[in-house]
Design a protein around this ligand. Structure first.
Ligand SMILES: CC(C)(COP(=O)(O)OP(=O)(O)OC[C@H]1O[C@@H](n2cnc3c(N)ncnc32)[C@H](O)[C@@H]1OP(=O)(O)O)[C@@H](O)C(=O)NCCC(=O)NCCS
Length: 405
């Protein structure tokens, strides 16, 4: 089998093979863009071909920036467009593509890779672990609306803000700019390169799907949040609520929950433990559903990844990290002082032994190491080890990723 990057000449072969792997047919291009794969970059797409030159598998990456705890921005490759023709499955095609892709990412200097998984059983074996989770929050409008704080405390600052409803097509660069501001401060968030907005590649509100957008502006008129939504049969569905702080989120939530002729509001893509439920007079008026893993993280270089993120408490931890897919096993001493970490090889006794995929799951601070100790994934070598790791890995703000790719 040959694995090679596509060229401008065979990007259409890549797109056809990928669609065939999913049992779909490519949509016909329309004016205004909107094809989700149009943001792919040719030299980042891999084709797997049989010995007689037939394309049977695809995989690609997008270049993104990921926000780590401590508001550090790092470059990551977002793996996407993974597919193998049904006729060629379970013969190691994906395994060969993953090996090729991870080697290429490392050679290019990447120390982290991320992806969204169509099925949770695929990527653990390649060293990826689920690091953020998402959910839908369904709120019964009539039970909820009066309870959201209108003013008082920090929310007073918002009293001077305003909300304007625009059609998606009237928003210009507002959404791109607000999203960019938001994602820089949100651990787990990915950049949305300008190319995505320009080509309208992705899901609403990036795509040209008709939407109304409630744009929030601060007292000076500068946009600082938005909620993109549509209404059908009395249900107002918010694609995403992007807010540069919690008070802006509350103002946008209040706006959609006060919408006439609506009996319920569905907030898509909210973290399962979002504070909005706590703002409702009746906490049962908000129903969390569809909780699922979202961003999966893979460490390609453990010391670089661990020293890149910010840390909120001091401590020393020795980690035995096993990477079976890449055939590597190393012991690292992580020393955290004043928010920064050092990570060096060591012979000291290990506090924890873990697979690199579990390190991916705890890396952004979304899952406590002790949860994975209790699950039997991570081995703690003494009674205090899990608590120590919890205190170190915890992020001040839980990680969340909205971006679909
Ligand atoms: C997922 C997919 C790419 C796997 O490709 P593949 O070439 O069959 O994978 P491999 O043969 O390299 O499988 C490697 C291992 O993963 C396992 N595996 C692969 N896909 C799996 C799945 N969907 N569920 C559970 N296990 C899976 C295989 O059983 C194999 O295990 P083994 O090493 O113990 O034998 C392919 O099934 C596919 O195209 N599915 C539809 C599209 C899709 O879901 N793509 C992923 C988008 S995120």
């Amino acid at each position: 089998m040959e694995i090679r990057p596509t060229t401008d000449k065979d990007l259409d072969v890549f797109v056809d093979t990928l669609h065939a792997a999913f049992g779909l047919f490519p949509e016909t291009p329309v004016e205004g863009g909107g094809l989700w794969w149009s943001a792919l970059e040719t030299d980042r797409c891999l084709l797997a071909l049989t010995a007689d030159g037939r394309p049977v598998g695809t995989a690609a990456t997008y270049p993104f920036e990921l926000t780590l705890p401590g508001e550090t921005l790092v470059p990551v490759s977002g793996v996407t467009a993974v597919g193998v023709l049904p006729s060629h499955r379970r013969q190691g095609v994906l395994t060969a593509m993953m090996r090729h892709q991870l080697a290429g990412l490392r050679a290019g200097g990447d120390f982290l890779s991320v992806l969204l998984a169509s099925e949770a059983s695929i990527y653990g074996r390649f060293g990826y672990g689920p690091a953020t989770h998402t959910s839908e929050l369904k709120v019964s409008r009539h039970r909820a609306a009066p309870a959201l704080p209108r003013a008082g405390g920090a929310a007073d600052a918002r009293a001077a803000g305003s909300v304007e409803v625009l059609r998606r097509a009237e928003c210009g660069d507002i959404l791109e700019e607000v999203y960019d501001q938001y994602r820089r401060a949100q651990p787990g968030a990915l950049s949305r390169p300008h190319r995505w907005w320009a080509l309208r590649a992705g899901q609403p509100p990036i795509s040209p799907a008709p939407r109304y957008v409630a744009v929030h502006r601060d007292a000076d008129g500068a946009p600082d949040g938005y909620a993109s939504y549509s209404i059908e049969s009395g249900t107002l569905t918010v694609d995403e609520t992007v807010a540069t702080d919690d008070d802006v989120f509350t103002a946008l939530a209040r706006f959609v929950l006060e919408h006439d002729l609506v009996s319920q509001v569905v907030f898509k893509h909210v973290p399962p433990e979002h504070p909005l439920r706590w703002q409702l007079a009746d906490i049962r008026a908000g129903e969390v559903s569809g909780v699922m893993d979202w961003l999966w993280v893979r460490l390609l270089d453990v010391p670089r990844a661990l020293t890149a993120r910010g840390w909120s408490s001091d401590g020393d931890l020795v980690l035995d990290v096993d990477d079976p897919f890449l055939g590597e096993r190393d012991r690292w001493l992580l020393t955290v002082r004043d928010g920064k970490a050092d990570c060096v090889p060591t012979d000291r006794e290990a506090d924890l032994s873990l697979d690199v995929r579990d390190l991916g799951s705890v890396y952004l601070g979304g899952t406590a190491p002790s949860t994975l100790v209790r699950a039997g994934h991570i081995r703690a070598h003494h009674p205090g080890a899990a608590g120590l790791a919890d205190a170190l890995f915890r992020a001040e703000r839980s990680p969340h990723c909205l971006h679909w790719f």
